[in-house]
Design a protein around this ligand. Structure first.
Ligand code: EPZ
Length: 426
């Protein structure tokens, strides 16, 4: 991935409308699901972000073809002729593990590199492996690859130790072609899981309980391709909510705002003194406040407060009058961004899984680096309210999950430039 840096001039009010795009974490499992049945799929409202193209490059390697027309993605999986994913493709995206269930279910075998860890944590895939083994797959580790084999997967009851999002999605896809019924207990309840169930049902799978902690899937011998529109990205929406609320003269309206997916973050937003008006089914007008109250946040699986939004709220809490606390309960290393914010003169102390944010602090621009996708987005928000200029290195990480963010923010009068950055290349 070639390195990029964003140069953000802070302190300018932003005005106008911004629309939330389709959810990256909904389209990634949808791309894997196209392996379950040969044919042409049509996905509308697809975010054209790096993670999506990484997954599509893997599909191409396997023999599928695809094309994008504006924000519609067409995938044809009639030409799949191999079941092995090379390390150099899988290592670019952890979500490549989502191909394991579908390949094993459809072709009876799969070779998928064990994903490495990442900045926010080790992120093992043991739930994926043990769940597939419950469905009668044999999985061995061979030279860093998970090698799965199964004559035909058999439905079973799987109880997840933790409601893992992609483990739930992997098992739902595997169960779709398994013989008999599969019950997934302690399943993830994220909207993206519910969306995948909707897609699988359109492909002919009988699924009950998606979006609850118990999902029941009746496997079929054969499925068919389907068309679907990707749901809005609740994490992008939450990012824009915080971005819109931090400069006192901002006047921003957010469109395609999925209120129903953001109940917990919206309660915390209001608790800290944030004000937004619902102007229609999915339109939010944000009213920035001169001061915010300190609050406590604990991240948890959906419908709790999402871990992916805690970095953005941390930026807002540097502007709250007093001590705020964020407890991170999903990933073991998700506060690296705090040290970058402290370079902008924030006052954040991290002790293990807890961050203590002392506000209100005047942020002053400086060079910083994105440590992961959501941390990078939080640094953009901080740069927009910091004095002077903030240069964000490793900004290519932001482009994994936010489509054309600088261009979209420039439409709101933000001053943000993008430059290639050879130094950053990992
Ligand atoms: C999904 O990751 C999202 N990614 C993440 O978004 C999100 O942060 C996360 O869910 C939590 O909501 C996609 O959907 C592609 P998990 P996932 O499995 O599925 C542990 C972003 O920025 N675990 O729910 O990988 C794991 O270590 C990304 O878009 C195991 O121990 O998360 C973590 O502590 C970042 N063994 C916890 O469960 C396993 O086999 C939750 O992880 C699987 C997970």
């Amino acid at each position: 991935m070639e390195g990029r840096k964003y140069i953000v001039k802070g302190g300018r009010p932003l005005k106008g409308e911004i629309s939330v795009k389709g959810a990256k974490n909904a389209v990634l499992p949808a791309i894997s699901a196209t392996l379950l049945a040969p044919g042409v799929y049509e996905f509308k409202n697809v975010p054209l972000v790096r993670d999506v193209f990484c997954m599509l490059n893997i599909l191409s390697h396997l023999g599928a073809s695809w094309k994008v027309d504006e924000d519609t993605l067409y995938v044809n999986t009639e030409g799949i002729h191999r079941v092995d994913i090379p390390y150099e493709l899988a290592s670019q995206i952890r979500a490549s593990i989502l191909f394991l269930g579908a390949l094993t279910a459809r072709f009876g075998e799969a070779v998928v590199p064990l994903p490495g860890g990442c900045q926010i944590g080790k992120r093992p895939v043991n739930f994926h492996q043990s769940g597939l083994e419950k469905l009668s797959a044999e999985i061995t580790l061979d030279h860093g690859n998970l090698v799965a084999k199964a004559k035909r997967l058999k439905g079973a009851e799987v109880v997840l130790d933790f409601p893992s999002v992609t483990a739930t999605e992997n098992l739902m896809m595997a169960a779709s072609l398994a013989e008999g019924e599969t019950v997934i207990k302690n399943a993830a309840r994220e909207p993206e899981v519910f969306f995948l169930a909707e897609l699988l049902q359109r492909m002919g799978v009988e699924i009950k309980g998606a979006g609850t902690e118990t999902v029941i899937i009746k496997g079929r011998k054969r499925l068919k391709p389907a068309k679907i529109k990707i749901i809005p990205d609740r994490i992008e929406a939450g990012t824009f909510l915080i971005l819109a609320s931090l400069h006192p003269e901002n006047e921003i309206t957010i469109k395609n705002f999925p209120f129903e997916y953001l109940e917990a973050p919206l309660l915390k937003f209001q608790e800290m003194g944030g004000v937004l008006e619902r102007k229609g089914k999915d339109v939010a007008k944000v009213y920035p406040q001169r001061s915010y109250r300190p609050i406590e946040i604990s991240t948890s699986p959906y419908p709790g407060f999402p871990t992916d939004l805690q970095p953005m709220f941390a930026v807002a809490l540097t502007q709250a009058e007093g001590l705020s606390i964020i407890r991170e309960n999903l990933f073991e290393n998700r506060f690296l961004y705090a040290f970058e914010l402290n370079r902008l003169s924030a006052n954040i102390r991290v002790e293990g899984q807890t961050a203590f944010i002392q506000g209100k602090t005047r942020l002053v621009g400086s060079p910083v680096k994105a440590t992961d996708l959501r941390a990078g987005a939080a640094l953009v928000i901080a740069g927009l309210i910091a004095e002077n200029t903030t240069t964000i290195y490793r900004a290519e990480l932001i482009e994994r999950g936010y489509e054309k963010l600088p261009e979209r923010l420039r439409e709101l009068s933000a001053e943000i430039e993008v430059e290639p950055c050879a130094l950053c290349e990992a």
